[in-house]
Design a protein around this ligand. Structure first.
Ligand SMILES: Cc1ncc(COP(=O)(O)O)c(C=O)c1O
Length: 413
């Protein structure tokens, strides 16, 4: 579809030799999209994004949540990152402003908050409870922030989690939504992994659905983010995504529109990709079966890989890992980290998990991220890894994790 949107009509959509190479529903979709872009893919669009594509997103959200969504509240963005940056830009005005972020977190939050001169207030996810969020933890951190004279403006949550891989339960989500509503804190719901749920016991529930169905959340101000980078398409280079504003003051929404206008518009290929993500082939279309087969295979494989990786890590003496229910990552902790390695890391000015990650890289060629890069409870040592590589590589990696762990422990014992 993207190719047919891009090609000049006489070499593409109006050329039977070309269109005959595509399934009929692809050609129909490209025609529809081209009609929404009368100036082609090389022109600026509305700063919120092409209206018809925003309508596709609104339909997707309406279907997902069983509550009506409106194109006027949707902004197409260059990936979720651009949306998160825009909203933080709008929220932060001085160094007394603070944003609550989960620990561990995806580091875009700490980086942007730091760059915009605000303060980050970490709330710890509870590893022993499968990375759940405790109401008391949120309240304690908010009280601490207030004592420091800080003005907590927003709280970021990531569901399903990166780096932790948990899928938040309805109860968890209610706790967060009620907390934000009660304290007049804007909820930033990072839901880029909403399709990546592998456990039978849980399903993805959006923060917006909770906001609309939970007494006490009527006033919740919410911005949620989604992206073409994840799911089963993984089109991260297209830089597509959207944010949806819910219950945001119209004046604030206007200011966000101004911010979006200062960047003119998000990239058109990313906008096309986002529309394709939320409106995939229809059951009556020629490409439906191919699409479903491909998507199903990727989903089943990711599900298997998540289990292979986490079970494999848990089979190593001295490594513990919470099951990855969603997203694309495992976030194990090392429970028998040798004391001598801690001393050496300190002498070299490194965190212990950086020493471990570098040793793993040198010994096996496997690159993981030290857990300290995402934040973790004091004294915890671990790393983040992913189950994105092909299954045979994940199986091989598990063996290598084990071999390296034994070598590392022996070296420093
Ligand atoms: C939790 C989370 N949020 C946002 C992003 C950014 O995604 P995008 O490529 O859409 O900017 C990522 C990317 O890994 C992520 O893991």
């Amino acid at each position: 579809v993207m190719a047919l949107c891009d090609l000049p009509a006489e070499f593409g959509i109006d050329n039977p030799a070309v269109t005959s190479a595509f399934p009929e529903d692809v050609v129909v979709r490209a025609r529809e999209m081209r009609a929404s872009m009368p100036s082609g893919t090389g022109a600026y669009t509305n700063s919120q994004g092409i209206l018809e594509f925003r309508q596709d997103i609104a339909d997707y959200i309406t279907d997902r949540d069983e509550h009506v969504a409106y194109p006027a509240n949707i902004f197409l963005t260059n990936g979720a990152s651009a949306g998160i940056e825009m909203v933080l830009n709008g929220l932060i005005s001085d160094d007394k402003d603070a944003i609550m972020i989960p620990i561990p977190q995806y580091p875009i939050y700490s980086a942007l908050i730091g760059r915009l001169g605000a303060r980050q207030i970490g709330y710890y996810l509870d590893e022993d409870l499968g990375w759940a969020v405790a109401k008391e933890e949120l309240q304690t951190r908010l009280d601490d922030a207030k004592k420091q004279g800080l003005n907590v403006k927003a709280l970021a949550m990531i569901n399903p989690g990166n780096p932790t891989g948990q899928v938040l339960s309805r109860d968890d989500l209610e706790v967060i939504c009620k907390f934000c509503a009660k304290n007049n804190i804007v909820l930033l719901a990072d839901e880029v992994y909403q399709r990546n749920v592998y456990t039978e016991e849980k399903t993805f529930t959006s923060a917006k659905k909770i906001a609309l169905e939970t007494p006490g959340c009527e006033c919740l101000q919410l911005v949620s983010f989604h992206s073409t980078s994840k799911g089963f398409i993984g089109e991260c280079g297209r830089r597509g995504g959207y944010m949806e504003l819910h219950h945001i003051d119209p004046y604030v929404q206007t200011q966000l529109y101004k911010l979006a206008s200062s960047g003119l518009c998000s990239g058109v290929p990313g906008q096309i990709m986002t529309s394709l993500m939320v409106k995939p082939p229809l059951p009556c279309g020629e490409s439906y079966d191919t699409f479903m087969k491909e998507e199903g295979e990727i989903y089943e494989s990711l599900k298997r890989r998540a289990k292979i990786l986490v079970d494999g890590l848990n089979s190593i003496d001295g490594i513990e890992c919470v099951q990855a229910e969603g997203a694309m990552y495992a976030f194990p902790r090392i429970t028998n980290f040798p004391e001598k390695a801690i001393v050496e890391a300190k002498a070299e000015g490194q965190s212990p998990d950086t020493l471990y990650a570098l040793s793993l890289l040198e010994e096996t060629g496997i690159c993981v991220v030290p857990a300290s890069g995402f934040g973790q409870a004091p004294g915890r040592i671990g790393f983040r890894t992913t189950f994105l590589p092909p299954e045979d590589k994940v199986i091989k990696a598990v063996g290598e994790f084990k071999r390296h762990h034994e070598l590392f422990c022996n070296k420093y014992s």
